[in-house]
Each structure stands twice: as structure tokens, then as C-alpha cells.
Design a protein around this ligand. Structure first.
Ligand code: ADP
Length: 611
């Protein structure tokens, strides 16, 4: 009985089938005995009753013929007196061979004797009838035949009653037997059900015990306990499965050990790399809690790893600009520039860090954390500041002599001082034009250095974009008319207000209109418009001028970039668009250019709304 199949077979054949067999055999035996009882009693009694009834009817017929003969003298009746005799005996023999009841035999013998006597009286009766007539035969009948006839009738009825009573008794007896049989079957069935239930309960528990224990083992393995082994309770199929399962668990454990080891190595390697990075580095989870930080971070922010781990970012570094940057990178729907230069101030010093945020993703591309690297760019920033200061100082120094040169040349060109010849006039005019260009450059350089060095120069306020555009258009209206260029704007009066430093936005739009005027010819158009899109204000300055070659479109926002081949007279300093870009970006906006050579240019920039 090794396999589970054998166990189930044996259980089924031995217990269930033997119970069914016992009940079936008992039922068959009892049904057979009931059938015999019915055959033995009921049918035999019924045959006796039938025989008696027939004997009675033939005897009564015979006697009726006899009486008819007495009264009618019908010879035919006397002849038929003996015909019923054979029928009577036919049924008498049936009854004699079917004696079942006590005393029935005596009654049958009595009937026989009396009937013989009855028949033996007939010749004498016929003789008296023919000799002495009706009266005498009637007397003979009354005295000698009728008593015998009555006795036979009575005995036949007795036999019939005897069998009827026996039939009723047998019916009752049979009912008792069937009742007993019914109870027996009921009893056996209950016993079978109880035995079947107990046995199946016992065996099913016995067969399933190894499965239960395997299930318990699987549960604890699922919880990570790979050291546990499922006990092999039986040698059947479950035992085999358990053995295979144990082998599998062992291999899983080996695999996990090797994997865990490898992972540990990799983790240690990454940890060593992170710790050895000279710039501060920190890893946060998606709830902005510290998960890892390196020595440089500990040193710079003056905090130990133990103090910071699992704390919220803002509990350790209270810098809202940095927090906003990290927050925007984590929550950005599209990929966003992950680096930003952020200023940190300590008691004595100020630092600039290029903060680079890198998202950590799992295999399903879900963000699980963020790595933040703080590249120290303080020295670069200081150098930039020094450069800006230098440019600013030089520009300032240039400004005064330049002004004198400009005034001087204007005075010389003025006829009041004296008339210059054509050559002298040309030289002085060139000096004045170059001086003007130099003065513009100095002004732009000063503007740029002011904007680049200090974000605090901005004063953001809610203001109307239409008002700003209107001011700018008015500034250039006269110049446009002189150049025969149609300068106009279109903006909805109901546009929402923007949050901006209106003076700086005037610089931007002035610069764009000034550029458009430089690169358009008589008959061209300059059109300014503003509209709200994606919750931002889009301002565009469109001209129908000479356009910009494709390869310059990206570059023209860089410092000192000018399109080669542009009209040299119209050339500016190459700083206007750089200043415009700086200003727009300080407003968290963007500036772009769409242009086609000979098809005109469109400069579009965005600004935040006041609400
Ligand atoms: P600039 O003072 O030289 O105009 P900008 O930075 O304002 O300096 O512009 C850079 C260059 O971009 C210009 O020199 C010119 O070649 C090109 N540019 C700017 N605006 C336009 C325009 N509306 N149409 C054609 N070219 C333009």
C-alpha cells in the first residue's frame, strides 16, 4: 500500500464496497424469503378458496336439478344429475392436493365421505320417484338427501373460511416480516453511514496529513524561512512531491545565498563609490526621506548619517529653492532639466552648487527614489562675478569718455563751430557712428552684467501685458513710419494680468521690435500679439523681414552671435537676445524663434500669469 492510489482503492474496496455488499446480500435474502412466503401461503390459500367455490357451485347446480326433477318430472334433469359429478371431483382433487391448514385435511375427508353418501342416495331417490311419485320422493329428499347436502355445503364453506382466515393471518405475518426487514435494512444503513463517515474521516485525515504539513512548510518558506524542510511522512505521491519540494527549497536557498552575496558585493561597491565622491551626495526615497548620504554631505551640512537617516529632507536642509527643484524633478510629467545652480548661505560664506537630480527607477519604470549630487561651483560663480564686475567697471570707465567723444563729434559736425570739408565730415561721422555703437555695447554689457550677477534686481508685480506692449509700440512708432514699416499689435483687452517685472519685459519687447526694425525693409510688417495658452501668457513679435538661416536659429540667443551677412550698417552688439533670454528665464519663462530666410521671423516668449 505504497501509493496514494492504492490507499484510496483499498479504502474504497474494503470498507465502502463491503458495507454495500452486506446491505445488498441482506436485502436479497429477505426479499427472497418474502417472495417464498407469498407463494407458499397466499397463492395456495387462494387456490383452495377457488376450488371450494367451484365445488359449491357444481353441487348447488346438481341439487337444483334434483329439486327440479321432483317438481317437474323433467327426465332431462334426472339425466343431468350425474354430469356435475365429474366437475365436482375435478375441483375436489385440486383442493385435496392443496392442503395447507391444520384441520383442513379432516374437513376435506368429511366432504369426500358426505359427497359419496350424497351420490349413493341418488339411485334410490330415482327409484322412489318413479315408483311412488313426487310426494314420496320429496319426503325422501327431505329426510335422507338434504341433510347430507347441507353438511357438504357447510364443510366446503368451512374450508373456504379456514383458507380466508389463513390468508388474513399470512398477510399480517408478511407485514410483520417486511417491517422487520425494513428496520433491519434501516439499521444496517445507519451503521454503514456511521462506519463510512468515521472511516472516510480517519483515512482522509491520514492521507492528507502529509499535504497539511507540506502546506505549513510552504507558508513559512513564503515568509522567507528557507531553512525549514517539509517532513516526509509517507512514501506515496505526496511523499515524492515533498522530497522534490525540499530539493527545490535547497536549490532556492543556494541561489538566494549566491544572489544575496552578489547583491551585497554590488551594494558595497556602490556604497564605496558614493562615499568616496568628493561632492556632497544624498539619496532620498519618494517621501523625501534620507536613505543614504556620503561623507562630503556630512561635512558640508554638518550632520552625521545616523542623525539624517529616515528624516524628511526639510528637517535637515531648510532651503525652499532646492526642495522645489527636487520636488519638480520627481513630479515632472515629462523629462525636465535635472540640474540647477542654487545658492547656499552659511554664517560667513556663500556657496553655489550645481544640484543634479537623478531619479532611481525600478524594473517597472516607477520612481523609487532620487539621487542628488551637489557639484560645488562656488569658485566658478565667483570668477563669473569677478568677470562681471570687471566688465561693469570697464564699461563704466568707458561710458564717460565715450559720452565726451559723442558730444565732441556732434559739436564738430555742427556748422556753428566751423565748416568741415567733405573728407573731414566723413571721418567725424564714422567716429560718431562707431562711438554710438560702442556706447550701445557698453550699455548692453552693463545691463547684462547687472542681470547676470544679481537676481534680486527683479521686482515681480501683477501687471497688464497690453500696457507693456502699448508702451513699446509707441517707443518705435516714429522709427517704423520713417522706415515705412507697418508696426501694429493686437491683444484682447480682457487678457489676465501677468506676474512680471514690467520694466525688464519692456527691455525684452523693445529689443525684439528694435531687431525686427533692423531686419525689415520698407513695406514690411511687424505684428505683436499676446494670448493665454497652457496657463501661461504667450507674447509674440512677428516680422516679414529678411529672416534667419536655420543654422543660426538656436545660436542667436548666445552672447555676441550675429548672422554673417547681415547688413553691416544695421549690426548691433550681439547681446540683445542674450539679455532678453536671461530676463524671460528669470520669469520662469522660455523664449524661442521661428524663422525662414526671406519669410520673416517670429520671436515667442512666455510669462507666468498673476493668479
Ligand atoms: P543685435 O544687437 O546684433 O541685434 P541680438 O542678440 O539682438 O543682437 O541679435 C542677434 C542676431 O540675430 C542679430 O545680429 C541678427 O543677425 C539676428 N536677428 C535678431 N533678430 C532678427 C530679426 N527679427 N530678423 C532677422 N535677424 C534677426
Amino acid at each position: 500500500m505504497k501509493t496514494l492510489k492504492d490507499k484510496f482503492n483499498i479504502f474504497y474496496f474494503c470498507i465502502i464496497l463491503s458495507l454495500i455488499l452486506i446491505i445488498s446480500v441482506t436485502s436479497a435474502i429477505n426479499l427472497y424469503s418474502i417472495r417464498n412466503e407469498i407463494d407458499k401461503f397466499m397463492i395456495n390459500n387462494y387456490d383452495s378458496i377457488k376450488a371450494c367455490t367451484n365445488m359449491l357451485s357444481f353441487l348447488e347446480e346438481q341439487n337444483a336439478d334434483l329439486l327440479a326433477y321432483i317438481n317437474t318430472n323433467d327426465v332431462k334433469k334426472s339425466e343431468s344429475l350425474y354430469t356435475n359429478n365429474s366437475y365436482f371431483y375435478k375441483w375436489f382433487n385440486v383442493e385435496r392436493n392443496n392442503i395447507t391448514e391444520p384441520n383442513e385435511k379432516n374437513l376435506v375427508e368429511q366432504v369426500n365421505n358426505d359427497y359419496v353418501k350424497y351420490m349413493s342416495q341418488l339411485p334410490k331417490f330415482l327409484q322412489i320417484k318413479s315408483a311412488n311419485g313426487t310426494e314420496a320422493s320429496n319426503v325422501y329428499y327431505e329426510n335422507s338427501i338434504k341433510p347430507i347436502y347441507n353438511r357438504v355445503i357447510k364443510d366446503l364453506k368451512n374450508i373456504s373460511n379456514l383458507n380466508e382466515t389463513a390468508m388474513i393471518n399470512n398477510k399480517n405475518k408478511l407485514r410483520d416480516t417486511t417491517d422487520k426487514f425494513l428496520y433491519l435494512i434501516l439499521f444496517l444503513s445507519i451503521i454503514a453511514v456511521v462506519i463510512g463517515f468515521l472511516a472516510s474521516n480517519y483515512f482522509i485525515n491520514k492521507f492528507l496529513r502529509p499535504l497539511y504539513s507540506l502546506n505549513e512548510t510552504i507558508k513559512s518558506i513564503k515568509e522567507g524561512n528557507l531553512d525549514i524542510e517539509a517532513p516526509v511522512i509517507s512514501e506515496d505521491e505526496v511523499g515524492e512531491v515533498t522530497q522534490e519540494f525540499n530539493k527545490m527549497t535547497k536549490r532556492l536557498k543556494e541561489y538566494e545565498n549566491s544572489n544575496a552575496g552578489q547583491l551585497m558585493n554590488e551594494k558595497n561597491k556602490s556604497l564605496a563609490i558614493v562615499k568616496s565622491i568628493s561632492d556632497p551626495l544624498v539619496v532620498l526615497d519618494t517621501d523625501f526621506r534620507f536613505k543614504l548620504l556620503n561623507h562630503a554631505f556630512e561635512n558640508f551640512f554638518n550632520i552625521t548619517e545616523n542623525e539624517a537617516i529616515n528624516k524628511h529632507f526639510l528637517e535637515i536642509i531648510n532651503n525652499s529653492e532646492l526642495y522645489k527643484h527636487i520636488f519638480s524633478v520627481i513630479n515632472a510629467k515629462e523629462e525636465k532639466d535635472p540640474s540647477k545652480i542654487i545658492q547656499f548661505k552659511s554664517d560667513k560664506q556663500e556657496f553655489y552648487f550645481n544640484v543634479i537630480c537623478t531619479l532611481v527607477k525600478n524594473t517597472y519604470a516607477n520612481t523609487t527614489g532620487i539621487v542628488i549630487l551637489f557639484q560645488n561651483v562656488t569658485e566658478l560663480k565667483l570668477l563669473e562675478k569677478m568677470k562681471a564686475n570687471f566688465i561693469s567697471t570697464v564699461s563704466h570707465e568707458f561710458k564717460t569718455p565715450l559720452t565726451s567723444i559723442m558730444i565732441g563729434t556732434s559739436l564738430v559736425l555742427d556748422k556753428n563751430i566751423g565748416i568741415l570739408n567733405e573728407k573731414q565730415k566723413n571721418i567725424i561721422t564714422t567716429i560718431r557712428d562707431d562711438g554710438e555703437r560702442l556706447s550701445e555695447l557698453v550699455t548692453n554689457l552693463l545691463q547684462l552684467s547687472k542681470i547676470e550677477s544679481n537676481n534680486e534686481i527683479y521686482e515681480f508685480k501683477a501687471c497688464s501685458i497690453i500696457g507693456i506692449i502699448d508702451t513699446c509700440v509707441k517707443n518705435f512708432y516714429e522709427r517704423a513710419s520713417v522706415n515705412e514699416v507697418n508696426l501694429y499689435y493686437d491683444a484682447d483687452e480682457s487678457l489676465p494680468r501677468i506676474k512680471a517685472d514690467s520694466e525688464k519685459i519692456v527691455w525684452v519687447i523693445n529689443n525684439l521690435i528694435s531687431n525686427a526694425l533692423k531686419y525689415t525693409n520698407a513695406g514690411d510688417e511687424i505684428f505683436i500679439s499676446a494670448e493665454v495658452k497652457h496657463n501661461e501668457m504667450y507674447v509674440s513679435v512677428k516680422d516679414t523681414g529678411i529672416g534667419i538661416p536655420e543654422e543660426y536659429i538656436e545660436k542667436i540667443f548666445n552672447k555676441f552671435v550675429q548672422v554673417i551677412g547681415s547688413d553691416s550698417e544695421a549690426r548691433g552688439t550681439g547681446l540683445g537676445l542674450t539679455i532678453s533670454k536671461e530676463i524671460v528665464e528669470a520669469h520662469n519663462g522660455t523664449i524661442n524663434c521661428e524663422s525662414e530666410v526671406d519669410g520673416g521671423s517670429t520671436f515667442i516668449f512666455t510669462l507666468p500669469l498673476a493668479e
